[in-house]
Design a protein around this ligand. Structure first.
Ligand code: GDP
Ligand code: MG
Length: 437
């Protein structure tokens, strides 16, 4: 496993004061071996470690930073920049915008066609038309129709016509006549690269001149993915890569070597079979993943942005004095909500993502709690001790909840208070606790 190997090789550097030719050589050998194990192309791995070496040796190690940490940062930054630095946007010019899907059979083209239509419909208010260009298998057309129904996007088909070039051209005329501003052409793939498939997809591209030709590749196919990407790119000169099945037990290496070998941006990643399992490709996050940090880095950054240091200190003082009250509690809930979708946040924690995949956590989770706190008087919020039986009844009525729910919140609040007090006693602040998790 790549991340474990990198971790081990970085550990070798621990305790050494400077990055020198000698102590870096051993680490880089391990880094290279780890990359090769993850199916990163040999040349890419070599080029990568050479660059990292040059950068590492040029660095003055500040006393405060451990060489191992500096190396992690250099490797991380280098991985990020190799994978394109920033998220690459989709070219949505043209009316209609035409997107052509290419790739081997089973790579996820048809699924991705549906996902893209769904995303661009909701995010960019596009009116998409899906085109069934896989004319060889009736099941393929049916599959696209089912997807189309789920997302309420029409699917253009020509039953009986076996010429996908004609179908694609006709579909675009149809889109123009019927005011569809986005046409996504799904095509047939083969199990391996062959001339007939390449000729066909090249002919479609030439005929319809798409704004985006996307190459879809299964991220679990390892070293083969690079070869396939190269063959498709040589023939099609595609505009971007879509990496599917990243939810699986996947090797991060494919992203790195495809990007380096074909020098085309990775634009999207597929992270599941469901139609909302689609993300823009984030090079820095992928670097985290390859390095095995999960997305903990972005989680912490996100949290840090929202967390005002001064406020944190004030909070700590209150907790220590057991003055943490419902106003602070409400404030904390609002801080958490500001960080964004709760499920997104939780899924970034390594090891948690998979476990919560099918559990319903949403931003409504706090609704009841907030309602109860809003129904308290200012005195009650500031001094929760005064909330007796009759006050509880009034709060329940006012917030449209039950007295049991109010009781439960008060109990949870009391426990939280105790826990926080214990934690502060250990001189921990919330951010420090997170980092140490
Ligand atoms: P096509 O032959 O290229 O059109 O591939 P399909 O879209 O039919 O996908 C092949 C299989 O992979 C189907 O069973 C999909 O449900 C599945 N699939 C596609 N994308 C993903 C993904 O991102 N994650 C997972 N786990 N499965 C996927
Ligand atoms: Mg298909």
């Amino acid at each position: 496993n790549l991340s474990e190997r990198l971790e081990r090789s970085f550990k070798l550097l621990k305790g050494q004061g400077k990055i020198t030719e000698i102590n870096v050589a051993e680490t880089l050998k391990d880094v290279r071996r780890a990359l090769l194990d993850a199916d990163v192309n040999y040349k890419v791995a070599k080029q990568f470690t050479d660059t990292v070496k040059a950068k590492a040796l040029g660095q003055n190690v500040i006393n405060a930073i451990k060489p191992s940490e500096l190396m992690v940062k250099i490797v991380h930054d280098e991985l990020t920049s190799l994978m394109g630095g920033d998220t690459a946007p989709l070219n949505l010019s043209g009316n209609p915008t035409v997107i052509l899907m290419s790739g081997l059979q089973g790579s996820g083209k048809t699924t991705m066609s549906g996902k893209l239509a769904r995303k661009l419909k909701s995010e960019k208010s596009k009116r998409p038309l899906l085109v069934a260009g896989d004319v060889y298998r009736p099941a393929a057309i049916e599959q696209l129709k089912v997807l189309g129904e789920q997302i309420e996007v029409p699917v253009y088909t020509e039953e009986g016509n076996k010429n996908p070039v004609q179908i694609a051209e006709n579909a675009i005329s149809y889109a123009k006549a019927n005011h569809y501003d986005l046409v996504i052409v799904d095509t047939a793939g083969r199990l391996a690269v062959d001339e007939a498939m390449m000729n066909e997809i090249a002919a479609i591209k030439k005929a319809i001149k798409p704004q985006e030709t996307l190459f879809v590749v299964d991220s679990m196919t390892g070293q083969d993915a690079v070869n396939t990407a190269k063959e498709f790119n040589d023939r099609l000169d595609f505009d971007g890569v879509v990496l599917t099945k990243l939810d699986g037990d996947t090797r991060g290496g494919a992203a790195l070597s495809i990007r380096t070998v074909v020098t085309k941006p990775i634009k999207f990643v597929g992270t599941g079979e469901k139609l909302d399992a689609l993300d823009y490709f984030h090079p820095a996050r992928m670097a985290d993943r390859i390095l095995g940090m999960g997305d903990i880095v972005s989680l912490v950054e996100k949290a840090q942005q929202q967390f005002d240091e001064k406020e944190a200190r004030e909070l700590q003082r209150k907790i220590a004095k057991n003055q943490f009250n419902f106003n602070d509690f409400l404030n904390q809930i609002q801080q958490i909500k500001k960080m964004g979708n709760l499920k997104d946040l939780a899924s970034m924690i390594p090891g948690v993502g998979k476990a919560i995949k099918d559990i319903d956590i949403d931003d409504n989770a706090f609704k009841g709690i907030e309602a109860i706190i809003h129904s308290m008087t200012p005195q009650e919020r500031a001094n929760p001790e005064i909330i007796n039986g009759s006050r509880r009844q009034r709060i329940a009525r006012g917030s449209g909840t039950t007295i049991q729910e109010v009781n439960r919140l008060l109990k949870q609040f009391e426990e939280t208070r105790k826990m926080m007090k214990a934690a502060t006693a250990m001189k921990a602040n919330p951010m420090k606790m997170m980092r140490n998790m």
